[in-house]
Structure formats: C-alpha cells, structure tokens
Design a protein around this ligand. Structure first.
Ligand code: COI
Length: 361
C-alpha cells in the first residue's frame, strides 16, 4: 500500500468571520459545510494518487458513474473538539480509519492506509480550524470521510477507479431536543441487515435500507426506529443510525456484535469509560421480550443510544404495535448522564485522557 501525500491548494473563505460565527452559534446537524475538502483518487495499476486539499465545491460525475447505480460507497463519522487552551483534537481517528478499511474490504474497495486517513482529516481540520466551535458547549466539528466508486459503466463489478473525500460540518446536537430522551419504535418486521450481509460495514446502503422503517417510526410519533435480528426477529440489534445500551443498576449491557451490527467507536469507548467509573460493562444478547419484561419489573433502569453524531442520548418511550413503555420516567437517567459527562470531558479535554484516545493537531 502506498502512502499518498496531501498537496495544499487552499483559497480564502467565501464567508466573512461574522457569517461563520453566526452559523457556529447554532449549527444544527449536517446543514453547513466548511471552506475546504480533501480528495484522493485511486486507480487500478497506480493505486492511491497524491491527495489534494481544495476549496469545498460540487463534484461532477458522469451519469453512468458506478456508485450512482450500484452503491459502492462507504463512509465514516468522527469529531474534532476545541480544547480549553484553544487547540483542537480529534477522538480516536485511528479507530475510524481501521473501520473504514474493514468497510472497504466488505465492499470490494481499495483500503486507504490508516496514516493517510488520519492525515487527510488533520489537513482539513488544520485548514478550517476557524470552523471548530468554541470550547464548553455541545458543538464540535463533524468530519465525514467517504469513498465512492467512480468508474463509468454499467457492468456490475468492483470499479477500477475510486475517489476518497473528507468534508467537515460544524455540528450541534443530532436530535433537536439535545439530551432530552428520544422515543423509539421497534420494527418487528422490517430488518436493517442480515447475517452475511453488510450490517457491520459503514455503507450508505444500510442507511438507505433504514429509511422506510424510520419514516414509519416518525409516522408513529417516534424519533428513531429500533431493529431486531433478521432471523428470529427476537434479538435487539441497533437503531437506524446508532448503537444501544441497557442499564441494569450498576451494570451496562450493549448487544453483542453479530456481524449485522455496526461496531460503533462510541459504543466501544463506553465499555471502557463505564469500567473506569466502576460500573460493570459487557456485551450480551438482549431480546425484545427481556427488554419489555425488565422495564416492567424495574430491573432495567435506563436505556440510551450512542454514536458519534448522537453522542449519548437517553431513550424515553419505547413503542411496539399495540403496546408501549417508558424508561426513567421520561427523564435522562443518572447513569446515562454520568457516562455522557465522562466521555465528553475526555473529548473536550477537561478530563485526563488516560487511554490516549485524543489526537492533538
Ligand atoms: C455517526 O454517528 O457518525 C453516523 O454516521 C450516524 C448518522 C446517523 C449521522
């Protein structure tokens, strides 16, 4: 694997400082983009080309470009945080780089070297540092690395050309209510991923597959859809775009990775953060019946969702056709909030980074 360098071709921001500051005061999620992007091409025979940091702009694609027809695409999500001294750091970018390689393998795409992935993110954040929101609030800079098949043609086969890009977007809370508990509708029929499928790869197809059930959840007044396994329709897997945790007093449990669940970096980090705080933390299979029973008998004390975008978001109401229940009286639970605070303190640089997770720029 060759390691491409990144050539800088920046230009002045099209926005004034005042316009950028107005966006940073209330960025929402995924609505505004910074001034630059990184692009790196891959072609068969040559491999990875030199990367380029260029002004953020539309990309032009032939209508017969492979990705538009057969969805050979993968992506990542990670965040850059402003620290108390004004410097900036990203959270575990190597883990996103490694997952990007696993996703690439699953979709028969070339693997980008870990150091190139990290350097591409660093180059963009360094250039657009003014877009990293101020320290102290919920906001951060969300980075979206992704790769698409760019060969032109309608043959169904792995493409012979790809484009890797990194774009960045200032981000506030993913759910408009912030840490207010979200409501969940459990889809008992539609599934997100099947054994042997692509559920553990971060590819757009999994998110496309989740949209109809997500729309059904919204029609039932819920914020997110929750998927069960595709074989027995019994075991809890994940939400449309985030992992789940169940809190049993001093013990937290997240569904075991079965191959159809995305291996979230936040999910993984919380197993460690929870143990550091003295909780028991484990992976295990949780059935829908057990979820309902333990919520009713009070042993299941809290439930929360987690992901890069969602951070840690409490789950309030859970709905199924014909029944519903609520966690923590519809308020954020104590363990959920403690874990959230502990993780954010590491990410924002106000707590000891004892696992060496922060990548300082
Ligand atoms: C992330 O958390 O980074 C994701 O990719 C999930 C998506 C719902 C924004």
């Amino acid at each position: 694997m060759t390691t491409p360098t990144i050539e800088l071709k920046p230009s002045a921001s099209p926005l004034s400082d005042a316009e950028r500051e107005a966006i940073l005061a209330s960025p929402g999620f995924g609505r505004h983009f910074t001034d630059h992007m990184v692009t790196i091409k891959w072609t068969e025979g040559r491999g990875w080309h030199e990367g380029q940091l260029v002004p953020y702009a539309p990309i032009s694609l032939d209508p017969a470009t492979n990705v538009l027809h057969y969805a050979q695409e993968i992506f990542e999500g990670l965040k850059a945080y402003r620290r108390p001294d004004g410097s900036v750091a990203t959270f575990r970018p190597d883990q996103n780089a490694l997952r990007f390689q696993r996703s690439a393998r699953r979709l028969a795409m070339p693997e980008l070297p870990v150091e190139t992935f990290v350097e591409a993110c660093d180059a963009l954040v360094r250039q657009d540092k003014a877009w990293v929101p101020a320290h102290g609030g919920e906001e951060s800079l969300y980075l979206r690395p992704f790769m698409i098949a760019t060969e032109v043609g309608l043959g169904v086969k792995p493409a012979n050309e790809y484009l890797f890009l990194v774009i960045a977007s200032p981000a506030g809370a993913y759910f408009p209510g912030g840490v207010k508990p979200v409501s969940i509708w459990v889809s008992e029929d539609r599934v997100r991923a099947v054994p042997g499928g692509m559920g553990d790869a971060k590819t757009g197809g999994n998110y496309a597959a989740s949209l109809l059930a997500q729309a059904e959840a919204a029609a039932k007044g819920c914020d997110q859809v929750c998927y069960l396994d595709a074989v027995e329709h019994k075991w809890v897997e994940e939400l449309g775009g985030m992992n789940l945790y169940f809190v049993y007093g001093d013990k937290i449990v997240t569904p075991t990775l079965t191959g159809s669940i995305l291996e979230g970096v936040t999910r993984d980090s919380l197993l460690t953060v929870a143990r550091d705080l003295g909780y028991e933390a484990e992976e295990g299979r949780v059935s829908l019946d057990q979820w309902r029973r333990d919520a009713e008998n009070g042993t299941l004390t809290e439930v929360f969702a987690c992901g890069t975008a969602a951070v840690i978001t409490p789950v309030g109401t859970v709905k199924l056709d014909g029944t519903q229940w609520q966690h923590s009286g519809g308020e954020p639970g104590e363990v959920t909030l403690r874990l959230r605070r502990a993780l954010l303190d590491i990410q924002r640089g106000t707590a000891d980074d004892k696992h060496g997770w922060m990548h300082q720029l």
